[in-house]
Design a protein around this ligand. Structure first.
Ligand code: GDP
Ligand code: MN
Length: 402
């Protein structure tokens, strides 16, 4: 789960990291009031859960409260990378001398957290990483020992931080480490950490990503979730406990078990298709969950066919079949469906689906081939299990046409 800038910075501040004075607001008038309170120049910052707001025009400096109101009005009317701006942060403006990139994230390959820093921070950090990776330094942290002082000093020296700032930098590193580790974050990032007038270090931007699997022990973080800024499919998937990741292909995949889901995607690709998503409905998924999963898959307009691959262990295939049929009664669609059911109550499940004229398959390879053919628009209905046609499936008169 991503946190907003203002939420991340409040967490940073709790751990002793200096942040600018400011407040988050939802209207231009409030932005004006905060600007009046702060006095002097302010920066108006869109609060959306994507990076690159500066380049998209979502971060602007205002000289006075009047301008703050105008800019807030303008930014509150924007959409950034498809996300509506519903809140802006009004922060005291800083006189920037230089911008540092500083973050802690997981290095999966090393199986350790890693500190990443660069003196070339700011809005072009991605470009720096691509073109001059030598300007980025990394130090791994032993998760059991935590961040050691010498490691902060190492980083400070590597990015040529002026000596008089090392002490403060040490406190900021320790604060960032605490914010990262105590909140089960997978990322805690300050970009830019600036050297401001008067040789002070301030975190001007903040970003945190919290491991979703840890939210059960951080109710205060779970509450920070901003549903307005999430894709609706992701919200629904979360509510129903489904693991859903949208991809760019056109074959929707509904599978139980993460391993089987990956295998299904691989086999779809093997036969020349492209999966539209990863979706794990989990073990023991009942009718309601299956229906939700189908709604989510079909909400993607790229989906040209849906492949169901269910291995019934705890999950009962007839339950899944009923879920599919219930969902189809609800979500009217002409998208062809290919179903492979094996395991507990598979026979019963297959019967239910065959009665509704869905394409069934025995093996995963057969299912994948049929799905790829259906996505290309060339699936010939099998003699005893025709492609589902909603207008027919609804009428009992056409059932049992075997
Ligand atoms: P991002 O583009 O989404 O990463 O948003 P940031 O919060 O990092 O802001 C983008 C850029 O705006 C920063 O890299 C700074 O150059 C600039 N900026 C942000 N806050 C201030 C400020 O208080 N004063 C000045 N002069 N520039 C700022
Ligand atoms: Mn930034």
């Amino acid at each position: 789960m991503k946190l907003h800038e203002y939420q991340s910075k409040l967490i940073f501040a709790k751990h002793g990291i200096p942040i600018p004075k400011g407040r988050v607001v939802a209207t231009a008038q409030e932005a004006r009031h905060i600007a009046e309170e702060l006095g002097g120049r302010v920066v108006i910052k869109s609060q959306v859960l994507v990076g690159g707001r500066g380049k998209a025009g979502g971060v602007k400096l205002a000289n006075d409260p009047e301008e703050a109101e105008q800019l807030a009005f303008q930014i509150l009317g924007m959409e950034i990378k498809g996300l509506p701006v519903r809140k802006v942060l009004v922060d005291e403006a800083a006189a920037i001398e230089s911008e540092i990139y500083f973050a802690i994230t997981n290095d999966r390959a090393a199986r350790k957290p890693v500190l990443i820093a660069s003196a070339a921070g700011g809005m072009d950090i991605e470009e720096v990483a691509r073109k001059s990776p030598e300007k980025i330094v990394k130090i791994h942290v032993d998760p059991l020992l935590g961040l050691r002082d010498y490691q902060s000093r190492d980083i400070a020296a590597s990015i040529d931080l002026p000596r008089e700032l090392w002490r403060d930098f040490g406190k900021i590193s320790q604060g960032l480490w605490e914010a990262y580790s105590q909140n089960d974050a997978t990322l805690a990032e300050i970009n830019p950490l600036v050297i401001a007038g008067g040789a002070r270090l301030i975190a001007l931007d903040g970003k945190m990503i919290i491991d979703d699997n840890s939210l059960f022990r951080h109710p205060e973080l779970a509450e920070m979730r901003d549903i307005d800024e999430e894709a609706p499919a992701e919200t629904e998937a979360r509510i129903y406990g489904l693991s859903y990741i949208k991809l760019d292909g056109n074959i929707g995949c509904m599978v139980n078990g993460a391993g089987l889901a990956m295998t299904s995607m691989d086999i779809v690709k093997l036969f020349g298709g492209q999966p539209a998503n990863f979706l794990d409905i989990g073990g023991g998924a009942g009718q309601e969950k299956v229906a939700a999963a189908l709604r989510i898959i079909l909400s993607d307009p790229n989906v040209k066919t849906v492949l169901f691959n269910v291995f019934g262990g705890i999950t009962r295939c007839d339950e899944v079949a009923r879920g599919i049929l219930a969902a189809l009664a609800e979500v009217k669609t002409k998208v062809p469906m290919v179903v492979r059911l094996v395991g507990t109550n598979a026979e019963e499940g297959r019967q239910l689906l065959a009665d509704a004229h869905m394409v069934t398959a025995e093996t995963l390879a057969e299912a994948a081939q049929k799905a790829v053919a259906a996505a290309a628009g060339s699936l010939q209905p099998a003699p005893e299990s025709r492609l589902v046609d909603r207008s027919h499936a609804a009428g009992a008169g056409h059932r049992g046409a075997k």
